[in-house]
Design a protein around this ligand. Structure first.
Ligand SMILES: *[C@@H]1O[C@H](CO)[C@@H](O)[C@H](O)[C@H]1NC(C)=O
Ligand SMILES: *[C@@H]1O[C@H](CO)[C@@H](O)[C@H](O)[C@H]1NC(C)=O
Ligand SMILES: *[C@@H]1O[C@H](CO)[C@@H](O)[C@H](O)[C@H]1NC(C)=O
Ligand SMILES: *[C@@H]1O[C@H](CO)[C@@H](O)[C@H](O)[C@H]1NC(C)=O
Ligand SMILES: *[C@@H]1O[C@H](CO)[C@@H](O)[C@H](O)[C@H]1NC(C)=O
Length: 668
């Protein structure tokens, strides 16, 4: 499954095609693919009596205004700052209009698909029906074939183009199954193969990594003897602990007996089979946060999510242990929620998680990419319960340390998901994603061959930005490291003890090939292009200055001391940076909620308007693709964003923005 240029062509075609006013019977091509994706072979035509599940994604209302709605509640100069929407208000604003539902349904009925066969999804955003291939071909002016994957033999039903009547076109987002391959390859036999892409990968040789990309993940360093760790912050350059982070970002956190604000919450997302080990949490807390020994996260199990304990390894436990040891260690006694997503057979994707916290998002998953629940595999461990749809409320802050390459997925798939992050922001939720660990390269250090569109070994080619970090509605968190000579116990004012992380990992950063430059970021990105000698051209990245840059912010991502599978080791990654940044936001939310103010919600507009509340990082780079990457400079840069948090300054800024009299908000 990899990016093929045909998909780029597809996106351009879809967005630029213009439906001219023509008669009802005139069909226009809605989506078209120019070539069969790499590694797939077109086989025979599908028999016209075969029944396929057809689903039509309806265009939502008001999406084009979504950014304004979000900015209205998150931009510091807005008089509605902090007046977050309720879930119901969000649903009502965006649901497809009655006109849209009627137009599409009428077309289907005219084509002989009777009303009784058509189901409208609960979120009113999908029309679903079963049709024979013959019916679907007539309806969509398409021809269905079986495609076979060259390596796995996996069959897939698809067409190369389809059309809809001109007058209903604007009501239809897309139709499945048609030409979306995006293909997650199902294993033929192995039943423990998690979904690729979002799964943090596993160190080679652990026996559980067959078929996985070497994804977004903390990287394992040497073991640490914690007994010999110096107690006085002089060792932070070689061993990052809770105390080091508190010193770097100037916060104390809560005393064990702290009276918590009502309504605060902090969620960490993990994908099965990744799992934390309870005894590791206790070992960590015994050493670094004794009051939290015995504390466990609140488990929100989505689609059969289990914290499996049968198999243990750095690959299976490193991400979860890291995220939870630091999140709990930094915010205790504030409880931390663990969203554990997917069963042991299929794993899951970001869409499965989003379904779990928003019922109206359900129904739009792509079965070639997302987990299908109830699990269709009839094997031990398969979750046969109903798909989770809005089962759990979103927490005020959600940190995820997993990611795809932007080029793994289609722009349509990514935009749909990105719009969901926008809605969460409108409801006052802060969504954080790690920016990736391979600098300007993608997962595993791969870059994109400019001719074939295939991923290469990372010594040349196009930069390979990560998703969802490039979605303008999330806060992407890059990585820094402590300078060798920095003494955090005695930091003279105005000194910057950190550089961009260049130990083991490089901070993911660059520019999107899919998402436009958001208004809140435009001044920062424009001045970066203007004030720096940009060392690469369009042969490396989209240098138009009109696309989203990332990351937004950074936090330390080097030498974290974690307890893992019974011992202490050092780990590296933006995987560490994201939960640390999320913890600081959670501490700030506690103060705001205690004062009767709203949570910070989508923080990007406020941070770009007040970059002085972050510590600018001006040294180091994020090499990749055979280049030194970009360089951290004064102001925003595509290595460390605006910089690392200064707790006190951020708190003061957000306190100043949040007017009192807050009456609504999500989940209060
Ligand atoms: C399509 O058929 C399947 C299998 O018979 C059934 O489970 C499903 O509910 C049907 N879908 C619709 C929209 O009727
Ligand atoms: C830090 O602690 C070590 C041993 O624990 C000691 O040798 C060193 O002098 C201390 N340094 C400072 C600056 O206090
Ligand atoms: C699932 O597998 C079991 C044991 O292999 C078998 O008895 C059962 O009939 C299967 N169920 C379905 C729905 O295929
Ligand atoms: C990566 O690919 C380049 C160009 O094809 C080749 O010259 C180089 O040896 C490869 N490097 C590795 C480590 O495989
Ligand atoms: C960069 O992105 C812009 C805006 O999407 C697009 O118009 C342009 O063609 C892209 N440039 C390159 C070199 O891909």
């Amino acid at each position: 499954m990899r990016f093929s240029p045909s998909i780029v062509a597809l996106a351009i075609l879809v967005t630029s095609a213009v439906a001219s006013p023509i008669s009802r019977s005139d069909f226009v091509i809605h989506e078209k693919r120019h070539s069969v994706p790499r590694l797939w072979t077109r086989g025979e035509k599908l028999d016209s009596s075969v029944v396929i599940p057809v689903r039509i994604a309806l265009t939502q209302s008001n999406l084009e205004s979504g950014y304004q709605f979000l900015e209205d509640v998150s931009h510091p100069s807005s008089k509605n700052y902090g007046k977050h929407w309720t879930p119901k208000e969000v649903i009502d604003k965006f649901k497809p209009s009655r006109e849209t539902v009627t137009a599409v349904r009428t077309w289907l009925e005219e084509e002989g698909i009777s009303r009784s066969r058509i189901r409208l999804s609960p979120g009113r955003n999908w029309l679903e029906f079963n049709a024979t291939v013959g019916e679907a071909e007539r309806l969509l002016r398409a021809e269905y074939h079986v495609y076979e994957h060259d390596q796995s033999g996996q069959p897939h039903v698809a067409c190369t183009e389809y059309s809809v009547p001109a007058h209903v076109r604007r009501h239809i987002d897309f139709v499945t199954p048609t030409l979306h391959f995006d293909a997650k390859i199902k294993p033929r036999d192995a039943n423990r193969l998690p979904r690729r892409g979002v799964v943090p990968a596993v160190k080679p040789g652990t026996g559980h990594d067959i078929g996985l990309t070497d994804g977004w993940k903390p990287k394992l360093g040497q073991d640490v003897n914690v007994q010999s760790l110096k107690p006085n912050l002089t060792a932070c350059a070689t061993a990052t602990t809770l105390d080091c982070l508190r010193a770097l970002y100037k916060f104390k956190g809560f005393r064990d007996g702290h009276k918590l604000a009502k309504g605060n919450s902090y969620g960490i997302v993990e994908y099965t089979p990744q799992a934390y080990v309870p005894s590791d949490l206790d070992e960590f807390m015994t050493k670094f946060r004794p009051g939290a020994v015995g504390v466990r996260p609140i488990l929100d199990s989505i689609d059969g999510g289990v914290v499996q304990q049968e198999s243990k390894s750095f690959g299976l436990n490193g991400e979860s242990d890291l995220d939870l040891e630091y999140a709990i260690g930094l915010v205790y006694p504030q409880p931390v929620t663990l969203y554990q997503v997917g069963d042991l057979v299929e794993g899951a994707s970001f869409n499965n998680f989003l379904d779990g916290i928003d019922g109206t998002y359900c129904g739009g998953d792509d079965p070639t990419q997302d987990g299908v629940y109830p699990d269709p595999y009839n094997v031990t461990g398969a979750y046969e319960g109903p798909e989770d749809c809005g089962t759990f409320a979103p927490t005020k802050v959600i940190s995820t340390s997993y990611g795809y390459n932007e080029a793994d997925l289609t722009p349509a798939y990514e935009m749909r998901q990105c719009n969901e992050y926008m809605k969460l922001g409108m409801m006052g939720v802060t969504v954080l994603y790690s920016s990736g660990d391979y600098g300007v390269a993608g997962n595993s250090g791969q870059c994109i061959d400019p001719t074939t569109g295939a991923y290469n070994n990372g010594t040349s080619g196009l930069f390979n930005p990560g998703f969802p970090a490039t979605c303008p509605y999330v806060t992407a968190v890059g990585a820094t490291q402590t300078k060798a000579n920095a003494n955090l116990a005695h930091l003279p004012a105005g000194t910057q003890p950190e550089t961009a992380c260049e130990t083991v990992i490089y901070s993911g950063g660059g520019f999107s090939n899919v998402f436009p430059l958001p208004a809140y970021q435009a001044p920062a990105v424009t001045s970066w292009f203007k004030n720096n000698n940009v060392p690469y051209g369009a042969d490396r990245f989209n240098n138009s200055g009109t696309t989203r840059g990332f990351p937004d912010v950074a936090a330390n991502g080097a030498n974290y001391v974690i307890a893992i599978d019974g011992k202490f080791s050092l780990v590296f990654g933006t995987s560490a940076s994201s939960p640390t940044f999320g913890s600081i936001i959670t501490l700030i939310n506690d103060k705001l909620l205690s004062a009767g103010k709203p949570t910070v919600g989508f923080i990007n507009p406020a941070l770009y308007a007040h970059p002085d509340v972050l510590n600018d990082v001006v040294e180091g780079g994020n090499r990749g693709c055979g280049t030194p990457g970009f360089t951290a400079v004064k102001g925003w840069d595509p290595v460390t964003g605006l910089g690392t948090p200064d707790y006190g300054k951020m708190l003061k800024m957000f306190e100043g923005l949040a007017h009192g009299g807050y009456g609504g908000g999500y989940g209060n």
